[in-house]
Design a protein around this ligand. Sequence first.
Ligand code: NAD
Length: 362
Amino acid sequence: MQQVRIVVVAGDGIGPEVTREAQLVLDAVAGRHGLAIEFEEHLIGGASIDAHGTPLRDEVIERARASQAVLLGAVGGPKWDAMPVSTRPERGLLRIRKELGLFANLRPATVFPALAAASTLRPEIVGGVDLLVVRELTGGLYFGEPRGRATENGRRVARNTMVYDEDEVVRITRVAFEAARGRRKHVTHVHKANVLEVSQLWVEVVDEVAKEYPDVALAHQLVDSCAMLLVRDPARFDVIVTENLFGDILSDEAAQITGSLGMLPSASLGAGGIGLYEPVHGSAPDIAGQDVANPLAAILSAAMLLEHSLGAHAAAQQVRDAVTAVLEAGHRSADLLLPGERRESVGCRAMGELVRKRLMER
Ligand code: NAD
């Protein structure tokens, strides 16, 4: 048995509800795949502010560093909205991401056939969409120096700097190619090399790294045409790798294609080999405590954990297959019901149980 320690920071609102279902699903698959998982639960966000006066304690960061992976729910809520920005729940989230040196953000956008009608695009366009955006998270325009505002010659001026060194490009490119190896073996690098020197460096370095992966095909795509292709023919993409700003925009665009916030998982991978896994949605205070949240984004985040932190590819696929089967069987949480659809919705716990039942049947 492989011993695994996972730090769980469920957070606020629906965070604890959906994270619990993700933990139970991990428990359900672990044994059969030679994994003995030990969960260690800690507070983050508003819950930590209430108990300890800070959104994230140093001790939790230490425990996270000593673990193999972190499973996160969501943070925030109206109770803490009036607090100064520097002490709000979101600070806990930003801090754990920073302290773990998470430089790669992985956002899959998968259209489950049973949910194709939820997309704002036509079903024949979104059918078969299964793509992964790998976004560089710690460099580029959001962090480059010099930056700031000034008054020059009596006029207001603002500047930001897009800067990358080759090592930053190499490591994120490797993440993308490794991910592609477990998928359809195609990477699209998105850039603006016709205008930006930074992008020219990326094209050069991505080409060099690609030589280490002769089994994976590579294409370079301008960011403006990529944005168009994502709504015209999204099924053509497998893995998209790109710098921070382009990735920020394209990952949201790709997510919107699926039409279901409650279905979107994410992973962030760190330099120290630790991964952090969380649903894309927030703490949804409007539905917290009612057992109506959709736990599938959290459960699919757990599948990403199995894959990227534990190398348990078969277990990850089983979880995804179980989710697909539950949806195919017609089960829907309230957020997945289409306007006017007359179907009984299932609650958070019941949805988690349906997934686990499918897993047990295998
Ligand atoms: P949200 O994602 O929490 O909710 C948006 C809408 O989607 C709400 O109507 C909500 O009920 C619904 N929804 C979200 N997840 C759902 C799920 N799993 N099942 C069913 N319905 C779901 O975004 P928001 O309302 O803008 O923010 C609420 C709080 O969450 C704020 O405090 C915000 O700061 C925080 N937030 C946290 C994160 C994070 O922790 N990563 C991300 C976004 C927002």
